[in-house]
Design a protein around this ligand. Structure first.
Ligand SMILES: Cc1cc2nc3c(=O)[nH]c(=O)nc-3n(C[C@H](O)[C@H](O)[C@H](O)COP(=O)(O)OP(=O)(O)OC[C@H]3O[C@@H](n4cnc5c(N)ncnc54)[C@H](O)[C@@H]3O)c2cc1C
Length: 501
């Protein structure tokens, strides 16, 4: 990324170049603003960034960090529409219709087909006596998705103010419906898509995240770069700029409104509006203490981080029988085992095999931040023998699970990532998979407000809404809506992206 050498005065500064920040900047540029996106890291993309490693055989492999598969990408669906509105073309490939996700549990496998109705039929095949509970579950999922204005792309729905969507958890719903343990397992098995246990996940998180994966799952061919690069090119085409290695140290305010930001090296940049597209805890550290009501600030400080990340990257052989689907390998029939990782024995792993040659593989697992406490004050200690031994131990646990549940698949490990990787490369202070846990303590009336007490200062990013590429992109549009007018922007996106037009 080239630095902004033109020194044009931006009138809006966006801090963070993840999909939320880039989307917000482009939407505002489309409405006449001159955005400058500031990114602390040396490359753009946040969790969409990719990294290269040489495999033991000498091949140069480029791995994705946070774009394994993305939902709602069939023509006319939400992610497809948002990319279209932003003016970018993202190459995609659908996952297998009859099995986008294979759920592997001790109690037996379940193949998740594309579409809620097909999922309902598949659940009935496994739990034949529970037709009413299955119908109730699926009807609720559709109703919740249809009640969230941005997710439904309907300016007139009032779901964001519907307390039940945020106060009732997915666990609470399944209990109300009298779901059996097996049905509960099937409904919750993909919870690692948002990273919160069932008794803390509001319906307003489970329904749109799992729903978008079920309705429109696609690989992004070329990985995160195939989204980041066109977004940055589009931003520049519209007169915006992106500056990497620009570490924002604090937000500047004057007389009740924002006036700009100061970088870690002391440089000051002025703007009429500043959007922090970051982990909410990272955003809070940049703003004046009184930017949020003290009660909200205290609540968010206490709100938990997602379970930590542990991810193994490698090259797979013998993958043919497994291609085209993700494989959720869970130790226990209770999918919340993902939030109770252990140091020994086969570990839960979400295995992703994106299209390509060589066949790259990633296996996302979970870890406790406490295991890494020792290195809290240091940058990721890649060469420390103790750190490497811990990574090897956790890698062996993931490989043991793959050997058990994906016979014939051989993995040559190339790299692994820990909560420290996320802390240092995406600036998630607690190293949680999606940053702040999207649980009841940080959603709905407990959630981050996009507006602050300072005029012109806004906060967005996955932690202010739903995690994932789609969810974070929606938060980028939503913050632009806070500035431009939400209902008008939703209407405009809807009209401009009509697939029949
Ligand atoms: C391992 C993993 C797997 C995932 N898999 C998927 C998947 O398959 N599908 C899916 O849809 N989603 C997936 N996700 C989630 C998805 O990638 C994220 O939710 C989304 O990309 C977050 O976007 P964002 O804009 O909120 O922020 P981020 O991408 O987190 O970007 C925030 C940016 O802000 C920058 N920043 C922070 N502080 C400062 C500062 N002071 N100054 C300047 N810049 C700063 C950071 O460097 C970072 O670049 C995955 C995530 C992870 C970690």
């Amino acid at each position: 990324m080239t630095p902004n050498t033109e020194h044009r005065t931006p009138n809006v500064i966006v801090v963070g170049s993840g999909i939320s920040g880039l989307s917000a900047a482009i939407v505002l540029a489309l409405h006449g603003r001159r955005p400058l996106v500031l990114e602390a890291h040396n490359i753009a993309g946040g969790c969409m960034q990719m990294f290269a490693r040489r495999a033991p055989g000498g091949e140069l492999c480029r791995f994705d960090t946070g774009v394994h598969y993305v939902g709602s990408l069939y023509p006319g669906q939400l992610m497809w529409r948002l990319f279209r509105y932003l003016g970018i073309d993202v190459p995609t490939q659908p996952l297998r219709r009859e099995c986008l996700d294979r759920i592997s549990l001790p109690g037996g496998d379940f193949k998740v087909p594309v579409g809620w109705d097909a999922v309902g039929a598949a659940m009935r095949g496994q739990c034949p006596a529970e037709g009413a509970a299955i119908d109730g579950y699926i009807a609720t999922m559709k109703r919740v998705e249809g009640s969230l204005n941005w997710h439904a792309l309907d300016p007139d729905v009032e779901g964001a103010y519907d307390r039940e969507l945020y106060d009732l958890t997915i666990d609470g719903l399944l209990q109300r419906l009298g779901a059996s343990p097996r049905l509960r397992s099937l409904a919750l098995a993909q919870s690692s898509l948002y990273g919160a246990p069932a008794d803390r996940t509001p319906l307003a998180i489970h329904a749109p995240v799992v729903g978008s994966a079920i309705e429109g799952p696609h690989y992004v061919v070329g990985g995160g770069d195939a989204i980041t690069k066109p977004l940055v090119a589009r931003l520049r085409e519209l007169g915006g700029e992106l500056r990497a290695r620009a570490d924002v140290a604090r937000v500047l305010v004057e007389g009740g409104r924002v006036s700009g930001v100061e970088l870690a090296d002391g440089e000051v940049l002025h703007a009429d509006e500043v959007i922090l597209a970051l982990h909410p805890h990272a955003a809070a550290r940049l703003m004046p203490d009184d930017a949020w009501r003290s009660e909200l600030r205290r609540r968010l400080e206490r709100a938990p981080e997602c379970v930590g990340l542990f991810c193994v990257y490698g090259i797979a052989q013998g993958h043919e029988a497994y291609a085209g689907s993700n494989h959720y390998l869970l130790r226990d029939d209770d999918p919340d085992c993902f939030y109770r990782p252990g140091l020994d024995g086969p570990a839960d792993a979400i295995v992703n095999l994106p299209p390509g040659n060589p066949q790259l593989i990633s296996a996302m697992s979970s870890a406790r931040m406490e295991w890494f406490d020792k290195w809290q004050g240091t940058h990721t200690p890649r060469k420390d023998p103790e750190y490497r031994a811990l990574k090897q131990r956790l890698t062996d646990n993931v490989l043991a699970m793959i050997a058990q549940r994906m016979p014939g698949l051989r993995v040559t490990v190339v790299e692994s990532a820990t909560p420290l990787t996320l802390r240092d490369y995406a600036r998630y202070p607690g190293g949680g998979i999606y940053g702040l846990e999207p649980g009841i303590d940080a959603q709905g009336r407990n959630g981050v407000r996009r507006r602050t007490r300072y005029a012109g200062l806004y906060v967005t990013g996955a932690g202010t809404g739903t995690p994932g590429i789609l969810g974070a992109c929606v938060t980028g549009f939503a913050v632009a809506g806070s500035i431009l007018g939400t209902q008008a922007l939703i209407r405009e996106v809807r009209t401009a992206t009509d697939p029949t037009a």
